[in-house]
Design a protein around this ligand. Structure first.
Ligand SMILES: [Zn+2]
Length: 263
C-alpha cells in the first residue's frame, strides 16, 4: 500500500535551534540529582552520555497502536522516569497512552485539549509517580524524521530537556527517537530493556518488536550465571582429576616424577 504523506510531512526541514534556546540539551542534565536505578536486562557498550531506554512491552504496545491503522498517522504520549546508574543518566520509558489519529490521510496528528484532558486523567489514575516524557506518532510508509509540524509540537508541548519525540513507521517497521541537543531535536540511539517478572526472569512478548534496536541481547539472568559457574567448576575438577591420575600413573610405571605424596 502506498501512503501519501500530508504535504507538510513530505520533507524534513533543516535542523534549526528551538525558539526555547540552546539550553534545551539532554547533556546538561545533572546525573547526581536523579534517583539511582540499576539498568539490568540490557547489554551494550554505551558511552557516558544521556541514554534513552524503552521497556520491551511499551515498545510492543506502541507498535500495536501504530499498526492498528496504517492509512493515517496515529499519536500518543510516552510515560516514564529519569534515572541514573553508574554509567550515565537515562530516560526510562515505561508506558504509552494512545491519543488521537489524524482525521484523514492528508492531515497530521495534533494534540487537542480533549487529548490532554484524557492524558492527565490517565496519568493520575495509572501513573501517579511518573512523568510525561515525550510523544510518539507514526509515519506510515514515509520513514523516520521530524517534519515542520512535528518540530512545532515538540517546541510547544515537549520542551523540557529530557522530553523526546518517537517516530515509528509501521509499514517499514523502523523506529527513531529524537532528543534535545543544543536546542535542536536530533536522532539518538536507544536501548531496549527486557521485561522481567518477579523472579527476575525475562519474559518476551510473542509479538515481534519490529524495530532495529541498538541492543538485542539481554544480560544473563542470575540462574544462568549460577549454571555457568557450576559448569566451569565441573570442567576444572575434571581437568584436575585427569592430570592427577596421569601423574599417579606415571609414578607407578617407573617414571621419575617427584610427587608431593612421596615426601
Ligand atoms: Zn510526523
Amino acid at each position: 500500500m502506498d501512503i501519501i504523506p500530508p504535504p507538510s510531512e513530505l520533507n524534513a526541514p533543516p535542523p534549526t535551534v528551538s525558539p526555547n534556546g540552546e539550553d534545551l540539551d539532554v547533556d546538561r542534565i545533572e546525573a547526581d540529582e536523579l534517583p539511582v536505578r540499576k539498568l539490568t536486562h540490557v547489554s551494550a557498550d554505551r558511552g557516558t552520555a544521556f541514554t534513552v531506554v524503552i521497556q520491551r512491552s511499551t515498545l510492543n504496545a506502541m507498535h500495536v497502536h501504530g499498526k492498528s491503522d496504517t492509512a493515517v498517522e496515529v499519536c500518543g504520549v510516552l510515560v516514564g522516569e529519569l534515572r541514573h546508574d553508574r554509567i550515565s543518566p537515562y530516560l526510562l520509558i515505561t508506558a504509552n497512552i494512545a491519543g488521537d489519529k489524524a482525521s484523514s490521510r492528508q492531515t497530521q496528528v495534533t494534540f487537542t485539549a480533549e487529548t490532554w484532558n484524557m492524558v492527565q486523567a490517565e496519568m493520575e489514575a495509572k501513573h501517579p509517580d511518573k512523568k510525561v516524557v515525550g510523544w510518539y506518532h507514526t509515519h506510515p510508509g514515509f520513514g523516520v524524521f521530524l517534519s515542520g509540524m512535528d518540530l512545532f509540537i515538540q517546541d510547544n508541548f515537549f520542551n523540557l530537556a529530557w522530553q523526546v519525540a518517537w517516530v515509528y513507521d509501521p509499514l517499514a517497521e523502523i523506529d527513531g527517537v529524537f532528543v534535545w541537543r543544543l536546542g535542536k531535536s536530533v536522532k539518538a540511539d536507544f536501548l531496549i530493556e527486557e521485561d522481567v517478572d518477579t523472579h527476575g526472569h525475562d519474559f518476551r512478548s510473542t509479538l515481534a518488536a519490529g524495530s532495529h534496536p541498538v541492543v538485542v541481547t539481554a544480560r544473563r539472568t542470575r540462574r544462568e550465571q549460577l549454571a555457568n559457574l557450576a559448569l566451569l567448576t565441573l570442567v576444572f575438577l575434571a581437568c584436575f582429576g585427569i592430570i592427577w591420575y596421569g601423574m599417579v600413573w606415571m609414578a607407578s610405571h617407573g617414571f621419575r616424577v617427584r610427587l608431593p605424596i612421596e615426601r
